[in-house]
Write a protein that binds this ligand. Structure first.
Ligand code: SF4
Ligand code: SF4
Length: 401
């Protein structure tokens, strides 16, 4: 995740409230660690929408998948609290259609654990639900929206009327006093709308816009052609730098599944070599799949993140959370040091690979047939940037925490 606004302006909204201040001129965030990652808890496979790009194939009637009984999830909640996990993001499927979400979240809060955030399609956040989330003390509500054109969003999400309900959910959430954000998955079909979506978010009183580059996994596994071209991606980042400055006191912009964009941004905005290296430190301190983030699935299996659905690094039906997070866990270990495993022509030789992490393994797999290959979305020449600032891979590696 790249905190675009913090990099460009040194400011932040939701992330500063949750993590404390970080960015230029202050320490890189040490909010998470390998033993204390952010946990994305996919609490259910159920969902009321049918999105084309769903990473977990939610609501697919052809898949028979078990979910843990609520008693077992309470045991997992106890482990999360004891492990002092810094943040749990409840997601799904759609967490708010599952009674299990309320049972677990209310239980955690009753034990004094309040580091809870919700990632939702927003369609079921009526006024009563928004107030219930507020009473629960939820730190952040992220609501997905894929277009400013209702018909386009509904077509992508597979349900007519979804757009109206999601936007109503945003309004209710803001009105209830919940820090609320918009999450958009960028494809070739909506990339031109993204800067306007930032304006829209600001007009609704949202505090964050999270911009996810499509990852080719789940229902999007064979949708490589839906990715925007690298040139259009670069154009979007240029516009978003302007938006980050324009809205710096109102909302923060985050970039997700495109850490490489952070290197381009650092090079565009730095005024000196020292500042460039400072900005690289911010990027290098971010987590990625399996490194400072993990995902618990509805059946109790654990994945490096919600984007690597096919890779299981543990099973909470049989193992403890502490054992799964151990640096000695051989299934998780490869994700602590992805840069050393990269073998694509570009990424394996890239001077910034220890900062960037090589982009998305799913996009690399879809484009090259090699899980450790090159991410096709990286849109700049890293050697030109290294030369511009007079840095080499050894120096860059040494600044990463
Ligand atoms: S992407 Fe989210 S909202 Fe869409 S089907 Fe999957 S879980 Fe539901
Ligand atoms: S070439 Fe690969 S490692 Fe280098 S910045 Fe691009 S995606 Fe990252």
């Amino acid at each position: 995740m790249i905190p675009l606004t913090a990099m460009v302006t040194g400011k932040g909204t939701v992330s500063f409230k949750i993590k404390g201040r970080y960015g230029r001129g202050s320490r890189p965030s040490s909010f998470t660690s390998i033993l204390r990652p952010v946990v994305f808890w996919n609490i259910t496979y159920k969902c009321n929408l049918k999105c084309k790009h769903c990473y977990i194939n939610a609501g697919d009637p052809n898949l028979i998948r078990r979910e843990l009984p609520v008693e077992k999830t309470i045991e997992i909640a106890d482990q999360i609290i004891e492990q002092k996990i810094p943040l749990v993001v409840f997601t799904g499927g759609e967490p708010l259609v599952s009674e299990k979400f309320w049972r677990i979240a209310e239980y955690m809060v009753s034990r004094g654990y309040t580091r809870i955030s919700v990632s939702t399609n927003g369609t079921v956040i009526d006024w009563e639900t928004a107030q219930r989330l507020k009473r629960l003390g939820v730190r952040y509500v992220g609501i997905s929206l894929d277009s400013l054109v209702p018909e386009k969003h509904d077509e992508f999400r597979g349900v007519k009327g979804a757009w109206e309900k999601s936007v109503e959910g945003m309004r209710n959430s803001v009105k209830a006093g919940l820090p609320t954000g918009l999450r958009v998955t960028v494809t070739r079909d909506n990339i031109s709308e993204v800067p306007d979506m930032v304006d829209f978010a600001a007009s609704l009183g949202l505090e964050r816009v999270s911009i996810y580059l499509l990852d080719t996994t789940g229902r999007a596994a064979n949708e490589l052609e839906l990715l925007p071209s690298p040139a259009r991606l670069r154009g979007m980042i240029d516009r978003l730098i302007e938006k980050a400055i324009e809205y710096q006191d109102i909302l923060e912009i985050l970039l997700v599944r495109m850490n490489f964009a952070g290197i381009y941004i650092a090079s565009r905005i730095a005024k000196s070599r020292e500042e460039f290296l400072e900005l690289l430190k911010i990027i290098g301190a971010q987590g990625d799949c399996g490194r400072k983030t993990i995902s618990i699935y509805p059946d109790g299996t654990v994945r490096p993140c919600q984007f690597l659905e096919s890779i299981v690094v543990g099973d909470l039906r049989r193992e403890s959370l502490t054992d799964i997070l151990s640096p000695d866990n051989p299934r998780l270990k490869p994700f602590f040091n992805v840069p050393e495993r990269l073998r694509g022509e570009r990424c394996s030789r890239c001077p910034f690979k220890h900062v960037c992490g090589g982009g998305s393994r799913n996009r690399a797999l879809s484009a090259t047939g090699d899980f450790w290959g090159d991410d096709p979305s990286c849109f700049f020449n890293p050697w030109e940037i290294a030369e511009k600032w007079g840095v080499n891979s050894g120096e860059i590696r040494s600044i990463i925490r």
